[in-house]
Write a protein that binds this ligand. Structure first.
Ligand SMILES: Nc1nc2c(ncn2[C@@H]2O[C@H](COP(=O)(O)OP(=O)(O)OP(=O)(O)O)[C@@H](O)[C@H]2O)c(=O)[nH]1
Ligand SMILES: [Mg+2]
Length: 390
């Protein structure tokens, strides 16, 4: 296989809440227009995507878009599992993360519990020893008064619970304005601050062989799930007590209402019990589970790509057969076809990019085994991986 990557390549995962501007930040770095409608993943697809570009230093930078925390319809433990899976997979293949970016929307008025947890999980995944190679990238500056935003940055930098501990340990808070320069400043800072990290989560899951719920990042989520579970159990007990009282007094309507409430709480409790099981996983468990999902994803993406390539060909044929100077109606139809063709070309390009990342996953899935696995395979794996990404 031809090798076109280099051990010099830069890998930067971009992590943050859903809607915090991860994909927009990546587009700014790449100098591309971001269209969130084209960023819709295939149903059930995994959320990691790699976007690569040549940096002015000559190094290839791979920005890794990750699924957002606090997504409607997707639980945070699944997002954490996916992050851990990729970070483990790449670490085992000898790829070291150069730095990490956490996107934070500066217009966020108050940090809800889930947002606070996502921030804590990010810090726990990195480990404070890696703080100098992390950046909090603040987004949405056009949505707040500058002074208000600056005050929030001060709070983030001071409060230990927010970014204070990381800030004191050398992490920077930098704004992403709507220009490429401010975005690249973040990438430049990371490149100049790091030669490759062992993240806390990689140390704990792979080297120390902990289960996910025992790691610092896992503990944060696990604690929350256990609290939710405990609260639900108490609420169900309370409902049962009330039901007994109502039964004694033969109030059938109230009993039925309470039964309904108990059922709803039970359903919720079941999701928490499942979540507990999902977080009590070893690295090996996660690898088995997510390898299957990634392979499925790759298959579906290839099919989607083929379908779209066929559609693209049909459009091109259809356009080729039309006169450029026909009647008004024909010109309108031609313009519409041209627009559709443009959309389809973009979609095919995007799918090809994702497919290449799928291939990257494929290399990671098999590459480690072919060349013996472990950490000593960096030189062999990195060119292969980079080749598939680019
Ligand atoms: N006004 C404003 N809108 C922004 C900014 N950054 C991103 N957006 C918009 O906010 C929305 C979410 O941004 P994305 O970049 O898709 O966020 P994300 O973190 O990738 O979200 P997920 O993929 O869902 O996790 C999009 O509509 C963006 O166009 C910004 O700095 N200012
Ligand atoms: Mg996104």
């Amino acid at each position: 296989m031809k090798t076109c990557g280099s051990p010099d390549d830069v890998f930067i995962p971009i992590i943050g809440l859903t809607g915090s501007g991860k994909s927009s930040f990546i587009s700014l770095c790449m100098g591309e227009e971001y269209d969130e409608n084209e960023d819709v993943p295939l149903p059930g697809a995994t959320g990691f995507k790699v976007h690569s570009f040549k940096h002015s230093s000559g190094r290839t930078v791979h920005l890794i878009d990750t699924p957002g925390f606090d997504q409607p319809g997707r639980e945070d433990h699944e997002v954490l599992q996916e992050c851990v899976y990729w970070l483990s997979k790449s670490f085992e293949a000898g790829i070291k993360v150069t730095g990490m970016v956490y996107t934070y929307p500066i217009d966020l008025m108050r940090l809800p519990g889930s947002a606070r947890r996502a921030l804590q999980m990010f810090k726990a995944m990195c480990g404070i020893q890696n703080a100098p190679s992390t950046v909090m990238a603040t987004t949405m500056w056009d949505k707040v008064e500058r002074e208000v935003g600056e005050e929030r940055v001060d709070t983030l930098a001071e409060e230990q619970d927010f970014w204070g501990d990381f800030h004191d340990a050398g992490s920077r808070i930098l704004p992403v304005l709507s220009d490429q320069r401010s975005a690249l400043k973040i990438v430049n800072l990371i490149i100049s601050s790091s030669t490759g990290l062992t993240l806390q989560i990689q140390q704990q899951m792979i080297l120390d062989k902990m289960m996910l719920h025992q790691t610092d990042a896992g503990k944060i989520l696990y604690g929350n799930i256990m609290t939710e579970k405990h609260n639900l159990e108490e609420e169900i007990d309370e409902i049962k007590r009330s039901m007994q009282e109502q039964l004694v007094q033969a109030r059938q309507d109230q009993v039925r209402e309470l039964e309904e409430m108990a059922r709803a709480k039970h359903d919720k409790l079941e999701t928490r019990v499942a979540a507990v099981q999902e977080i009590q996983k070893t690295n090996n468990d996660l690898t088995v589970m997510w390898d299957i999902r990634v392979k499925d994803d790759m298959r579906r993406m290839r099919l989607e790509l083929l379908r779209n390539q066929e559609h693209l060909q049909d459009l091109e044929d259809s356009l080729a057969g039309r006169a450029t100077n026909g009647a008004y109606q024909e010109r309108k139809e031609r313009e519409e076809l041209e627009r559709e063709l443009k959309r389809m070309r973009k979609k095919v390009e995007m799918l090809q990019r994702e497919n290449r990342f799928g291939a990257t996953a494929g290399v990671l899935l098999t590459g480690g085994k072919v060349v013996g696995g472990g950490l000593g395979v960096a030189a062999a794996i990195i060119p292969l991986v980079a080749c598939c990404i680019m």
